[in-house]
Design a protein around this ligand. Structure first.
Ligand SMILES: Nc1ncnc2c1ncn2[C@@H]1O[C@H](COP(=O)(O)OP(=O)(O)O)[C@@H](O)[C@H]1O
Ligand SMILES: O=C(CO)[C@@H](O)[C@H](O)COP(=O)(O)O
Length: 495
C-alpha cells in the first residue's frame, strides 16, 4: 500500500480557525485542529487583527497534525477558506496597518448608500458586480477607511480579503479567487475581472490587489520556508488560491453549478446564510450575486444575527442553548449587530408580546424563531429573485441542507424544520467549509476538479447524512414574527 497522504483544509471564520487534516484518497477528516479568534468593537464596529488569524492558523494546523498522529511529511497541500468581505490593509512589507474591518461591521452603511447613488442606483451595481453594496461589502469599508482613517488609507500599499491575506503568508504570492473577489463589489461577475471604472470610483489602483486565479483550486504557489517553519509543515507543498467560506462549503457539499436554487443550503454560524450553486448568473438587486470558487455562481443572502445572537440571549437568561421552548406570543428579533437582510444596519434587538406567564425558555425560543425566520424569509426572497415561487409545492419540497455550527444544535434544527416546513438534510460532516478547502488543496496538489473530488469523498464517506422529513409548517409563528418585523422595521428598528 502506498503511504497515506493528506491535505489540510482551513476554515478561518469569524469566531475561530479550524484546520482539517484530510485523507487525500478518501476525504476522511482524520483530525480537526481549532484555535479561537478575538473580535473587538463597540456599536457597529467589528474588527480583528489579521495577525490573530495567522497565529490561529499556525496553532490550528499544529493541533490538527498532532491529533492525527501523522508526520508532517504526509501533507501535500493546503488551502484557506475565509470569512468573506473583511478589509485587510497592508503596508509595503505585507504587515497589517490596522485591524481588519469584518463583514459584520456596519459603520460603512452611509458609504454604501453613497456608492449606490454615485453609480446611478442598485441596478447599475447588479449589472456590473452582481451585488448591491451594503455595509458588509469590502468596497464600502475601503470608502469608510478613506473618510475616517485617512492616514492608514494613504499608507495602504495593498488591500486583501481575509483568506488571501493568509494565502499570501503561506505562499508569498498575492492571489485570490473569483468567489471571494465577487464579495468586494469591485470585481465584476459579468466580465470575470476587476472593474477598472469601479476601481477609479473607489480610488484603488489595481496594483494594490491580488491576481484573481482561475479557480479556488488553482495552485498559486508553494509553501515558503518561513511559512513551513511557522506551521511545522514541509516547504514546497502546494498552496491553493482558496476562497470564501460560503463558496468553500458549496464545494465541500459537492455542489457544482446546477439550475438556479436546485439545492438550497442554509448555514447557521455567526452569520445565517442561504445560497445555492448555479450555472446561471443571478441578476437581482434582492440578492448577493456572488461567484462560486470556480467562477460559476453562488446567489446568496446573509443575515448578521444567527448563532452568536441566540447564544447571547441564552447567556442573558442564564439558560443552556437547548433549554428553549417555542416562543408563544413573544417575538424577539435578535438584531444585536444591526441587520443586513433586511437591510437595517442601525437596528438593535426588539422584544414584544411579553406577558406575566411568559417563561425564560419561551424568550429563548423566541430568539431562535426571530433569527431562523429572518434567514428563512431571506431564502424565500432569494427564490423569488431567481424566478421561483417559494409556495410552489415542488420548490417548497426541495430539501434544505443545514450546515454550520448551529446545525449541530437540536433546537436550531427543530426551529428551522418547524418554521420552514421543508425536508432537511444535515450532512454527516460537520465541517463543510474546511472539507471544501481540503478539496481545493487536493486539486492544487494533484489536479482534478474540486467539486468532483468532494463528491467522490462524500460517496466514500462512512458518516451518514440525517434526512428529516418535513413537519407541518408553523404558520402562526411565521406570520406573527413577520408582522412584527414589517410593522417595526421603520419606527423601532431604525432602518
Ligand atoms: N451543538 C451546538 N448547538 C447549537 N449551536 C452550536 C453548537 N455547536 C456550535 N454551535 C454554534 O455554532 C457557532 C459557530 O459556528 P461556526 O459555523 O463555526 O461559526 P463561524 O463560521 O461564524 O465562526 C457558535 O456561535 C455556536 O453558537
Ligand atoms: O458575509 C458573509 C456572507 O456574505 C458571511 O457569511 C461571512 O462569510 C462570515 O461567515 P461566518 O463566519 O458566519 O461563517
Amino acid at each position: 500500500m502506498p503511504p497515506r497522504t493528506v491535505v489540510i483544509g482551513v476554515d478561518s471564520s469569524t469566531q475561530s480557525t479550524k484546520a482539517a487534516v484530510t485523507d487525500t484518497e478518501t476525504g476522511e477528516l482524520l483530525a480537526v485542529g481549532r484555535a479561537p479568534h478575538v473580535v473587538t468593537g463597540e456599536g457597529g464596529a467589528r474588527e480583528t487583527d489579521p495577525e490573530v488569524w495567522w497565529r490561529a492558523l499556525c496553532d490550528a494546523v499544529a493541533a490538527g497534525l498532532k491529533e492525527s498522529g501523522l508526520s508532517a511529511s504526509s501533507v501535500t497541500g493546503i488551502a484557506v477558506a475565509g470569512q468573506q468581505h473583511g478589509l485587510v490593509t497592508l503596508d509595503g512589507t505585507g504587515r497589517p496597518l490596522r485591524p481588519a474591518l469584518l463583514w459584520n461591521d456596519t459603520r460603512s452603511a452611509p458609504q454604501a448608500a453613497a456608492l449606490v447613488a454615485e453609480l446611478g442606483g442598485a441596478e447599475a451595481w447588479t449589472a456590473r458586480t452582481g451585488t448591491v453594496p451594503v455595509a458588509s461589502m469590502t468596497a464600502t469599508k475601503w470608502r469608510w477607511l478613506r473618510e475616517n482613517d485617512p492616514e492608514n488609507a494613504a499608507a495602504t500599499a495593498s488591500v486583501r480579503l481575509p483568506h488571501d491575506f493568509l494565502t499570501e503568508r503561506l505562499a508569498g504570492v498575492a492571489a485570490t479567487d473569483p468567489g471571494d473577489a465577487s464579495g468586494t463589489c469591485w470585481y465584476s461577475t459579468a466580465t470575470g475581472a476587476y472593474d477598472p471604472e469601479l476601481l477609479d470610483l473607489l480610488g484603488l489602483d489595481v496594483s494594490m490587489l491580488p491576481e484573481v486565479a482561475a479557480t479556488g483550486g488553482t495552485r498559486i504557489g508553494s509553501l515558503t520556508e518561513a511559512a513551513a517553519e511557522a506551521l511545522g509543515l514541509p516547504a514546497g507543498i502546494a498552496v491553493a488560491a482558496g476562497t470564501g467560506d460560503n463558496m468553500s462549503a458549496a464545494v465541500g457539499l459537492g455542489l457544482g453549478g446546477a439550475g438556479l436554487l436546485d439545492h438550497p443550503v442554509l448555514s447557521l454560524g455567526t452569520s445565517g446564510t442561504v445560497f445555492a450553486a448555479s450555472r446561471t448568473r443571478p441578476a437581482s438587486t434582492a440578492l448577493s450575486g456572488f461567484a462560486a470558487a470556480d467562477g460559476t455562481y453562488l446567489p446568496l443572502a446573509c443575515t448578521l444575527n444567527c448563532t452568536l445572537a441566540v447564544d447571547k440571549v441564552a447567556g442573558l437568561l442564564g439558560l443552556h442553548r437547548d433549554d428553549a421552548t417555542p416562543g408563544g406570543e413573544a417575538v424577539l428579533l435578535p438584531y444585536l449587530d444591526g441587520e443586513r437582510t433586511p437591510d437595517l444596519p442601525r437596528s438593535s434587538g426588539l422584544l414584544t408580546g411579553l406577558r406575566h406567564d411568559t417563561t425564560p425558555q419561551q424568550l429563548l425560543g423566541a430568539a431562535y424563531e426571530g433569527a431562523a425566520f429572518t434567514v428563512l424569509r431571506a431564502l424565500d426572497e432569494l427564490l423569488r429573485a431567481c424566478g421561483l415561487d417559494p409556495a410552489d409545492p415542488e420548490v417548497a419540497g426541495r430539501p434544505l441542507r443545514l450546515i454550520g455550527g448551529g446545525a449541530q444544535g437540536r433546537t436550531w434544527v427543530e426551529t428551522v424544520r418547524r418554521l420552514s416546513g421543508r425536508p432537511l438534510i444535515v450532512p454527516g460532516s460537520g465541517e463543510l467549509v474546511a472539507l471544501g478547502a481540503a478539496a481545493l488543496a487536493a486539486s492544487a496538489a494533484g489536479g482534478g476538479d474540486p467539486v468532483a473530488i468532494a463528491t467522490r469523498w462524500n460517496a466514500k464517506s462512512d458518516t451518514t447524512d440525517a434526512e428529516l422529513p418535513p413537519v407541518e409548517r408553523d404558520m402562526e409563528t411565521w406570520e406573527r414574527v413577520g408582522s412584527v418585523l414589517d410593522t417595526a422595521a421603520e419606527p423601532l428598528l431604525g432602518g
